[in-house]
Design a protein around this ligand. Structure first.
Ligand code: UD1
Length: 422
């Protein structure tokens, strides 16, 4: 497996292009299953998770043509030839469960393996299944597979989520577009990726109101048509690279970034003493002189501080002036980067869902292990602030979510290289 070697101490300056959102693309792609007509996505990120979703859709009968070096995905699901999402593909990526709603809505049946993905907690799919049941589906779990059936098609209903789930909201939203009658999704997720999905579905002919609020109303239609849709900017990649100059020093303009995608995160950057400015090309971030200030962070569903930026924020706070407290409220096991950061000289105490980070003046390079997607990039960020060399091993997860990370960071002046493994 590949490793990444970072040598700390270089300031970062220049611009960095931010890709289309992985998490938006992973829900926009299954939307093709809802229609016989083509769906084309532009601004798609070039990531291994997108390849996994492509393989999954192809296994169901979708034709996927990747153009412009993977940034344009033309999909056609004229006829679904298989209604089983196989374990061998689904286990690689939790977002595979997002084919359930569209297949069920279009064909009245679907069989989907229970998913895998990053090991950041139990991450069950019960809310997805309850939403399908609220729309009239019968669900059975057998041999590690979800068997879902809706003879005569899905029917509109009220789905009240007991807590916010991004994926379950997306699955329910897609399924509801073809259900008979009206569906109301209560306590729905409000993430920009949900709004992006709703806009794409609306372009395909869906009747959706309230996206971006916690109540989404969908009036089912008989069929959806084709569309061309541009994937929204990746707010997590954006936030990650906004932290880079605060960790390493310098001034970086993240091209395509807009503050509305990362407002809660920007408030925290303000509090640590960063300069953050919306320009006509993106967001420019630079560090005022000296160390950043310590702050407290609690992860929450959008519009709160995103859990997907918690590891990267922790990497920065390792060298802040004072003690910071990070509370993880979304996933119960999402501090696996902490022991790795401690190997680099960080002072972190983890108790349950709370991590207390006492800033040190300088981290020291060390060999570390990437444990999940966002943890991997947090170790690279930490390596840029460390003295000497940091070798991040097992970067397989990184490639699921960050395209050409070493190229993007070395263009800014970072000393970073990939060592190819077997
Ligand atoms: C999505 C994102 C992921 C992000 C997460 C939270 C994608 C592909 N992934 O994941 O990067 O970290 O949102 O912002 O978009 N839960 C249940 N039962 C369910 C579903 C979820 O208990 O049926 C729990 C999860 O274990 C977790 C919480 O709900 O504790 C939130 O998860 P959810 O919002 O569903 O995350 P994902 O959609 O999997």
């Amino acid at each position: 497996m590949d490793s990444i070697i970072v040598t700390g101490g270089s300031e970062l300056n220049g611009d960095i292009p931010i890709a289309g959102a992985k998490n938006a693309c992973l829900t926009l792609m299954p939307a093709t299953l809802l229609s016989e007509d083509p769906l084309t996505l532009t601004n798609a990120p070039r990531l291994s998770d997108i390849k996994t979703m492509t393989t999954l859709l192809e296994s169901l009968g979708t034709e996927v043509t990747s153009m412009q070096d993977g940034q344009v995905l033309a999909m056609s699901s004229h006829k679904l030839t298989n209604l089983t999402a196989d374990y061998d593909i689904v286990r690689k990526m939790r977002a595979s469960i997002l084919v359930l709603g569209p297949m069920l809505a279009r064909e009245g049946q679907a069989v989907v393996s229970l998913p895998g993905g990053c090991a950041i907690g139990a991450r069950p799919v019960d809310l997805h299944l309850k939403a399908m049941e609220a729309m009239g589906a019968e669900i059975e779990l057998k041999d590690g597979y979800v068997h879902a059936k809706a003879s005569g098609g899905l029917k509109g209903g009220t789905v009240e989520f007991p807590f916010v789930s991004v994926g379950a909201t997306e699955n329910a939203l897609m399924a509801a577009t073809l259900a008979k009658g009206t569906t109301v999704l209560k306590n729905a997720a409000r993430e920009p990726e949900i709004v992006d999905l709703a806009h794409c579905l609306q372009a395909m002919g869906a009747q959706i109101d309230g996206e971006g609020t916690s109540t989404i109303t969908v009036q089912g239609v008989d069929r959806l048509g084709g569309a061309t849709h541009r994937v929204v900017t990746d707010r997590i990649e954006l936030g990650t690279y906004m932290l880079a100059p605060l960790i390493a020093g310098g001034s970086v303009e993240c091209l395509g970034g807009t503050i509305d995608l990362v407002a809660a995160f920007c408030e925290k950057l303000d509090a640590v003493g960063a300069r953050v400015e919306q320009t006509d090309r993106g967001i420019r971030v630079s560090r005022a002189n000296g160390r950043v200030a310590a702050i407290d962070v609690t992860t929450e569903p959008f519009p709160g501080f995103p859990t997907d930026l918690q590891a990267q924020m922790m990497a920065m706070l390792c060298t802040a002036n004072g003690t910071s407290v990070l509370e993880e409220k979304i996933f119960e096991n999402r501090f696996m980067h902490a022991p790795e950061l401690i190997r680099m000289g960080a002072q972190i105490d983890v108790h349950g869902g709370t991590a207390t980070v006492t800033g040190v003046e300088r981290l020291k390079g060390a060999p570390v292990m990437a444990t999940d997607l966002r943890a991997s990039v947090s170790l690279i960020l930490a390596g840029m602030a460390a003295e000497g060399e940091t070798r991040v091993n097992r970067v397989y997860h990184l490639d699921r979510g960050y395209e050409r990370v070493e190229e993007k960071l070395s263009n800014l002046g970072a000393t970073i290289e990939r060592i190819k493994g077997e």
